[in-house]
Write a protein that binds this ligand. Structure first.
Ligand code: SR1
Ligand code: MG
Length: 420
């Protein structure tokens, strides 16, 4: 483990930020002199401090790690190293899909903060999914981002030296990997003091803990997450890790980055979209909920279809890494073999994605960290109805992920469950 000197670390405050960061060139360049900076703290996530700094010249965001998990408080200490891993993930993911992540302006390892482009008028996607906005390019942006980041971070693209050194670097992100291992794959299926759920859902929580097939699936998917180092993952790609406008979609918050199976990022994301789908009747009248729900299912379909198209394109044009396999196929004019290998890879990514989506849907309802799309349904009875439906789909995906061959089949099941 790297020994980081954090002895001089101090959390920033709205008052101290201008004088503490006044001399950083990148900040001066964007904002001008610190006497003109206006600072507000807007962090509402689970872990970090987020400051928006504005001046008459420009604006930026400062994201600083706290030495504990904000969602729980200082009883859950957390190392500051996560900013180092986020910085390294951000630079790699940016290069793999340029323009899809915020621009990085400055990184301070000791003080565990980064200065980044302030995305505005973007809003967190969870908010957009609760409201009445339509995002016509969302599915396309996300499908393309997933294909590019997952393909280009894998053995299909990287050579032995870069791949092994990145694998070793991100293998040190142990604390956040451990949180995912516990919170995602284990806690929702046992009694744990971190768990919480909507009153009225006790029977569902008990049923999940008693469900042998579900626990077997959770264990097998956990094994895959821990030992299948297929690509560099964002590691926490849910609808709260995306900021959107009608024309732009950005990926934020990559501190959970680890090497893992491609289906983990895809499944985390799709699982959150299906949660948002089931949340619609809690926010809208029947007609509007149906319309919004159809749009969300459409986004899910587009994400997968664009992912397949872009991944296939990269496979055909950009395979250059350790696992290129062109010596087996293209070089001996066996294009059929290469296409069969592609279809096999897409099938396993699809099945993994559904399995991880099913587990994500459980942990956002029965575990510690919930999804705002469901959490903001004020009527607890209505929320429990929506959550129970989401768990029904989640279980089907976790346990029977190999049985769904198309995204249409999953969306049809979601619609059936939603009508019950
Ligand atoms: C203590 S961290 C809880 C959750 O918040 C993050 O966004 C991750 O999803 C993590 O599992
Ligand atoms: Mg986050």
């Amino acid at each position: 483990m790297r020994a980081l000197k954090k002895s001089r670390y101090e959390p920033l405050t709205t008052e101290s930020l201008p004088w503490r960061l006044a001399s950083i060139c990148a900040l001066k360049k964007s904002l001008g002199p610190a006497t003109d900076w206006r600072v507000k703290e807007v962090g509402d996530g689970n872990l970090n401090l987020i400051f928006i700094v504005e001046s008459s010249r420009g604006s930026l965001v400062i994201k600083q790690a706290l030495p504990y998990a904000r969602v729980v408080g200082d009883s859950w200490p957390m190392s500051l190293d996560r900013t180092f891993f986020e910085f390294n993930a951000l630079t790699r993911l940016q290069a793999r899909d340029p323009g899809r992540l915020p621009k990085l302006l400055h990184f301070d390892e000791e003080q565990a903060f980064m200065a980044m482009e302030y995305l505005h008028p973007h809003i967190i996607l969870r908010k957009a999914l609760i409201g009445d906005i339509l995002l016509p390019h969302l599915g396309e942006h996300l499908g393309r981002y997933l294909a590019r980041s997952l393909f280009r971070g894998s053995d299909l693209s990287m050579n032995t030296a870069e791949r092994k050194s990145d694998l070793a670097l991100f293998a040190r992100n142990v604390e956040l990997a451990g949180i995912t291992e516990d919170l995602f794959f284990t806690d929702p299926f046992i009694v744990h003091p971190r768990n919480r759920h909507t009153p009225g859902l006790e029977d569902s929580a008990r049923a999940a803990r008693a469900d042998m097939d579900l626990k077997l699936a959770a264990r097998e998917l956990k094994a895959k997450f821990c030992s299948c180092a297929e690509t560099l993952l964002h590691g926490d790609l849910h609808t709260g890790s995306l900021m959107v406008t009608e024309t732009d979609s950005r990926v934020i918050d990559a501190e959970f980055a680890v090497y893992g199976p491609m289906g983990f990022d895809i499944g985390s994301l799709l699982g959150n979209f299906w949660l948002a789908y089931f949340a619609q009747p809690g926010h809208h009248t029947t007609d509007v909920a149906e319309e919004r729900g159809n749009w969300i299912l459409d986004v899910i379909r587009t994400i997968w279809e664009v992912f397949v198209a872009e991944f296939s394109e990269l496979w055909r044009r950009e395979r250059s890494g350790i696992l290129s396999g062109s010596e087996f196929f293209e070089q001996s004019r066996d294009t059929l073999g290469s296409e069969i290998a592609l279809q096999r890879q897409l099938t396993h990514i699809w099945q993994d994605s559904l399995g991880f989506a099913g587990i994500e849907m459980h942990r956002r309802i029965l575990g510690l960290a919930h999804a705002a799309e469901l959490e903001t349904i004020a009527d607890e009875q209505q929320r429990a109805v929506c959550e129970r439906r989401a768990l029904t789909l989640g279980r089907a995906l976790a346990v029977h992920h190999a049985a769904f061959s198309t995204v249409e089949a999953v969306n049809r099941l979601a619609e059936d469950i939603n009508r019950q």
